[in-house]
Design a protein around this ligand. Structure first.
Ligand SMILES: Cc1ncc(COP(=O)(O)O)c(C=O)c1O
Length: 461
């Protein structure tokens, strides 16, 4: 048993008496350990060299404070480090400082977003913040939203609501239309919804990676001939591999004409819609029935942080409300476990709220603008004679040597990824249109132009 803690009379939980001195000491030590790890990032690189983390499982007796801090250090030293300027592989930017604090507060509060009585202030906060976002993107007074743990779950919440709204229940003829470049999680959503890949209709993309409207029209006609019932069309606002934006205006008009639910997967680009940054193709998003916004992916709200915004809150209530027989209800306040898939849920909205309050709209714009600037700098300077570039209006670039045969893309990208990581640059290698690519995601605020120049030099070598 951990004697040092037992002796302090506050062994397991924060005490409701006294000053919790021991807890304060532990929190200080934890903060110090974490900050040391951040500041060592330059020495260690984005990924640990060699895996030496020993996953020691709990024993009969508990371990001492010293053992645990040694475990924490080992865990940190064997982790991916998002604050390293070479961490450019994924949509996982450095954590925003006030979000880290928000996570700590949420952990300490241990409130539960299942119900108002378990999270009175946070329930109101989540409701208000969703409404704030909904208004910012141009939805009306009936709008609102719900947080969920990640973009996949926000999309799933939307699709289930869309299908319910269409009155299709578990109809095996119901279909969802997405572009061929939409995120792979839609396959998962379809499976979870008791459907299979036949129920997921893929629409072709044009040479910019955007949904092809003619192909969409043809597919819609084909669906009606085949008696398939469409419960939603998904427009992607920022595709995963190249950051393309589907033609939202045209898609929304088609959805209006045919009375089809439009869901926008704005996991990557949705956050731009609350700013005045001019992004080509980012328009008319308030014509959607629902939109996923996933602030963890660019502005550094700590994971997970994702919102589903809906134009009409009653669609979520009608879909997910079952009654919570063991929970009290309060007039005019919705228990938030009744408007989404998740029941118990942490107060993760706190880190979003604190992060946004700290940044303000100017700070958000600064972070987003800086991502676009880094991407522009990279795209402008990468050798066009050597590489085929796949990019769009957002901060993602995928590329491949133009002379490479498709069958060699696997080996080339693997070699290059290894070579780059040995030089402290972490890029990803998505499989896209039958080939492997290298992908750089410029969402890391710590990456300087000099780092990008060094990356370009290594790519050119
Ligand atoms: C466009 C898009 N949608 C959805 C997702 C899924 O998000 P999450 O991993 O948070 O569930 C991703 C992930 O990268 C994505 O790029």
């Amino acid at each position: 048993m951990a004697e040092d803690l037992i002796n302090n009379n506050d062994i397991y939980f924060p005490s409701n008496l006294g000053t919790n001195d021991k807890l304060i000491t532990l929190l200080n030590r934890t903060s110090r350990t974490l900050c040391d790890w951040f500041s060592k990032a330059d020495k260690n690189g984005p990924l640990p060299f060699g895996e030496s983390f020993n996953c020691i499982m709990p024993a009969e007796d508990g371990n001492s404070e010293e053992d645990l801090f040694s475990d924490i250090e080992s865990l940190l030293n064997n982790s991916f480090n998002p604050v390293h300027p070479g961490s450019l592989a994924h949509l996982d930017p450095p954590p925003l400082i006030f979000s880290i604090l928000g996570d700590l507060i949420a952990a300490g509060l241990n409130n539960n977003l299942l119900a108002y009585e378990l999270s009175p202030s946070v329930t109101l906060l989540e409701e208000s913040l969703c409404k704030w976002f909904a208004k910012k993107i141009g939805f009306n007074d009936f709008s609102g939203g719900i947080a969920a743990s990640g973009g996949t779950l926000s999309n799933l919440n939307a699709l289930i609501a869309a299908r319910n709204n269409a009155g299709l229940g578990s109809d095996p003829n119901s279909v969802l239309l997405v572009s061929e470049d939409a995120h792979s999680s839609f396959v998962k959503c379809i499976r979870v919804m008791g459907l299979d890949t036949r129920n997921l209709v893929r629409i072709k993309t044009d040479n910019q990676g955007r949904m092809d409207i003619n192909d969409l029209r043809n597919s819609l006609d084909k669906c009606s001939t085949e008696n398939k019932k469409i419960f939603a069309i998904v427009a992607t606002l920022g595709t995963t591999v190249r950051g393309a934006i589907d033609p939202i205006k045209e898609i929304s008009e088609i959805c209006k004409q045919r009375n089809i639910w439009l869901h926008i997967d704005g996991s990557i680009g949705g956050i731009f819609a609350i700013t005045s940054i001019p992004i080509e193709g980012l328009n008319n998003i308030n014509q959607a029935n629902s939109i996923t916004i996933n602030p963890q992916k660019i502005i550094g709200i700590t994971k997970t942080s994702s919102l589903l915004l809906v134009s009409n809150m009653s669609t979520l209530e009608n879909t997910f409300n079952t009654g919570l027989p063991y929970i009290s209800s309060k007039e005019n306040i919705i228990n938030r476990g009744e408007i989404g898939i998740q029941g118990s849920r942490p107060a993760e909205v706190i880190k979003l709220w604190l992060g946004l309050r700290f940044l303000g709209l100017k700070g958000i714009e600064d972070i987003l603008n800086s991502s676009i600037k880094r991407k522009d700098f990279f795209e402008k300077n990468i050798s066009k004679n050597k590489f085929d570039i796949y990019s769009g209006p957002l901060h993602i670039v995928s590329f491949l040597p133009n002379k490479l045969k498709p069958k060699d893309s696997d080996a080339w990208t693997q070699t290059k990824v290894n070579e780059l990581i040995n030089n402290n640059f972490m890029l990803s290698r998505p499989k896209f249109k039958g080939k492997y690519f290298l992908r750089v995601v410029m969402g890391n605020y710590n990456t300087k132009d000099s780092d990008i120049e060094e990356l370009l030099r290594l790519l050119d070598a």
